[in-house]
Each structure stands twice: as C-alpha cells, then as structure tokens.
Ligand binder design. Structure first.
Ligand SMILES: [Zn+2]
Length: 469
C-alpha cells in the first residue's frame, strides 16, 4: 500500500460550517481523504495524533512587510516567513513598499523569485498601484496577483525612485487610479489616514508643547481615518472599482464600511489584531514600542471596534507585521515622533487571537473565517486555501488549547523581535502545536525546521477576490 504524506488522527477540525471529528489524510500536498475518526488504516510518512488539539485551516496573514528587497537589515523573506510559520501562519500576503516596489510585471517576477528562494511558507503580494504606473495594472494582474495597494501621499522629496508606483498624491490622482482599477479584475487596498489633517495637528501640538507619548495618538485622531475611508467609499461608488480597507481601527470608519456594504458596494475590511488587544494605555506605557499607524485607540474605541468584528463588517484579521531596527524605535524614547511606526507581531497573532476569543466567549467558527476563510476568498485563493476539504491544500494551524504559557521575545524569530516589548510576558491559554504547509510539518510547538526555507510557493490568483457578503 502506498504511504500517505500525512495523517492527522482523531482531529477536531473545522469542516466549513461546523467542527467535526475525523482523520485527515494528505497526499501530494493536497487533502485526499477525510474519514471517520480512527477508521483510516493506511500508513503515512508522518502521523500526528490530533487528540485534544484543534485543527484550523492554515491561517492567512493578510498584511505583512518583509522588507525584501531593500531593507533586509530589518527583516527578509527568510526570517519573516520563519516567524510567521512559528506562529501558525501558513500563507502571507506581502506589502509592496520595498525597494524597488513591484510596479511592473518585471518587478513582480523579481519579487516572486526572491520569495521562492527564501520563503518557508506560501505567499502572495500586493502590487504597487500608483498613479504613474496605472498602465501596468493589467500586466501585473497577468502575473497572478489580484491585490493592489496605493499609498495616499506624495513620495518624500529625493526618494521618488523608492516610491515608484506606490502613490496617488491627491484626490484627482486617486480617482484616476480607481477609474483604471474598475477595468482590472483585482481589488485595490488602502491605508486610510488623512495625511494633511495629521500634519496640521502635529504642527499644533508642537506649538503647544504637548509632546508626551500621547502626541502620537492625539495627532492621528479617529476622524483622520474616517474621513479617508469616506473618500475611498465615494470614489469606489463613482468608479465601480473593487476596494479594500487595510487595518480599520476606528468604530467611525467601520460604521461607514458597514453602511457601504449594505448599499451593495464591493468593499472588504481588514482589522489588525493589535487594534483589538491594545489601547492608548499601552502607548502611554511603552511609547515608541507601541507606536504604529493607524495608532492604538482609546479603550472605549477598542470595545466599539469588536462589535464590528463580531457583526461581520470586518472580514479578516492581519498583523501588519512591520519590522524595524532597534535604533529606529529607541530613537523615540524621548521624542515619540522620532521613532518609526510599526509593530512586528506576525508570530504571536494566532495565539493571541485564540486566547482573546476564549476570554470573550466568541464564536469559534467566526474566528476561523476571520483568520483564514475570508482572506482566502478576498484574495482569490479559495478553496485552495482557507478550507479543510478534499482537494484543498494540506495547510493546517493546529492549536493545543489547554496549555498556559507566557510570551517571550527570546523565543521570537523576527529580526525585529527586540522591539516587541508590547507582547513580552503576556499569558496565553494555548500553543501552536503544529504548523502544516501543504502536508509538511514546518513548525512544532513554535520551533521551526529551518532546513525547509525556500520551499514556499507563490500562490497565483486568477480572479479579483470574490465578494464576501
Ligand atoms: Zn502595513
């Protein structure tokens, strides 16, 4: 009898609409059979005892920055993907602000080659969708990418080459981007914060000498996000483009998205888990180490945002893993505005979300949709990813829900782990027992098999992401 690649015996797994118990068999990277628990009699190269464990479809992190090429001192595809795998993530979608950005088919192909050379897990990209390269969208789409990202500000003076294809400087250029987007079978994503509003408030705060750690969130209030989301919604309505809002952090913005969805607009929304777990109090305590954009919000807003997670306005969760050098954070200890923005939490996202879900007694089925299924749909990977069913990839995030442990920077793989003070010492009620990518165990109890770097595949998408309603 031919040996299977992998069997997970006696697994409690998510079967699309409900949790079931069964034996899952993977062959040639793909789930080939699901049998009644204990009934599979064949052998396999690897047998996992699923008893007491929770088997989720492999988690997709919709938002990571691996800085490769261009800033591999901060992170690279190897270290970033290892960190992701350690934390139970099996697919990442990587952001285009690298040097040079992926603004053409030629640049996209170069990035795919880097990923295939270094990545431990499967990956896709956001293509750079600026005003200047808007005639390249179709050729980038033809490379198998359906997600595009536009930055809503001018390229910093003297750094134009670094920002090639990333920016729309004003509402007119943004409109032109979305006019073009409407003809592309893809989805266009935005970081929504109104830059000029923030610049004005920064000036006011400096003038008033209000320069404590609260400078950061006081210069980037909720209205800066809501105003920017409103612009995207109206331009999408006018042009017919499919859009997505990255890291929605305010109840005001979420409410606008909820209404736009009710109107039938094709829009998806991501929330990043740090906006759901941390608040102003963490910035007051940790300063630059809790500095990210959009900023952590008030405790009251955090609770309000949870309502939009549970009512389905937020489609999926990401980490916005944004690694930085130690000095780039330390420089803000005295003057917070001098620190770079970003939290690098790809490797603790899943464990913290599972922990929080348990604490809040929320629906586990919805947790699976937010961590995997909905992103797979939005980015055009479904049902290859995001589903445990015969014919889908053998990607699993396997949780042990009955171990208490403390998170520690020392156990983290990211090059930027030293900055992760916000996670240090947090207690969680679970471990990531196994991370399985296409039938191969790539991490066990958070420990990664480093010899597997370079096995990750670029995941092609052939459609622009299905509507999530
Ligand atoms: Zn980001």
């Amino acid at each position: 009898m031919v040996k299977a690649q992998l069997i997970i015996k006696n697994a409690i797994y998510f079967a699309g609409t409900t949790f079931k118990n069964g034996d899952i068999i993977v062959n040639n990277n793909i789930i080939s059979q699901i049998e009644a628990p204990g009934s599979f009699t064949g052998t396999a190269e690897r047998v996992l005892d699923g008893k007491g464990l929770l088997v989720l479809p492999g988690v997709i992190d919709s938002h990571v920055h691996f800085r490769d090429p261009g800033r591999c001192d901060r992170e690279d595809f190897s270290s970033g993907s290892v960190a992701a795998a350690s934390g139970g993530v099996t697919t990442v979608i990587e952001m285009p602000n690298v040097i040079p950005p992926p603004y053409s088919a030629e640049q996209i192909k170069k990035r795919i080659a880097i990923g295939e050379q270094k990545s431990l897990i499967d990956f896709s990209f956001y293509a750079a969708a600026g005003y200047d390269n808007r005639n390249n969208y179709d050729e980038m789409k033809a490379c198998g990418i359906s997600a595009f990202k536009t930055f809503l500000h001018a390229p910093p003076k003297g750094r134009e080459a670094e920002f090639m294809g990333l920016t729309a400087e004003n509402t007119g250029e943004l409109f032109a981007v979305l006019q073009k987007a409407a003809g592309v079978d893809g989805r266009f994503f935005f970081h929504c914060e109104n830059e000029s509003l923030i610049n004005e408030l920064e000036k006011q705060l400096h003038k008033q000498g209000k320069e404590g750690y609260d400078f950061h969130y006081n210069s980037r209030p909720n209205v800066a996000e809501a105003q920017s989301v409103a612009t995207i919604i109206e331009l999408a309505r006018a042009t017919g483009a499919k859009v997505g809002i990255c890291h929605v952090s305010t109840a005001e913005a979420a409410e606008l998205i909820k209404r736009a969805k009710a109107d039938g607009l094709d829009i998806v929304a991501e929330a990043c888990y740090h906006h759901l777990l941390f608040s102003h109090a963490d910035i007051d305590r940790l300063g630059p180490y809790a500095k990210c954009n959009p900023p952590l919000r008030s405790a009251q807003n955090v609770e309000a945002l949870w309502k939009y997670v549970t009512d389905g306005t937020i489609d999926y969760l990401g980490s916005d893993h944004a690694p930085l050098l130690a000095d780039e954070k330390k420089s803000g200890e005295h003057h917070i505005w001098q620190a770079f923005s970003g939290i690098a939490g790809v490797e603790v996202m899943v464990t913290l979300i599972v922990n929080e879900w348990h604490k809040r007694h929320l629906c586990q089925k919805q947790m699976v949709r937010l961590l995997s299924e909905n992103a797979a749909k939005a980015f055009g990977f479904y049902p290859r990813k995001g589903k445990i069913a015969v014919g889908s990839d053998g990607d699993f995030t396997i949780i042990n829900p009955s171990v208490s442990r403390q998170l520690s920077i020392e156990q983290m793989y990211s090059k930027a782990a030293v900055n992760n003070k916000i996670f240090e010492g947090l207690t969680v009620n679970n471990t990531i027992a196994y991370t399985v990518s296409r039938g191969q165990v790539v991490a066990e109890d958070g420990k990664v098999d480093m010899s597997l770097r370079g096995r990750g595949q670029f995941i092609m998408t052939n459609r622009g992401g299905v509507k999530n309603a």
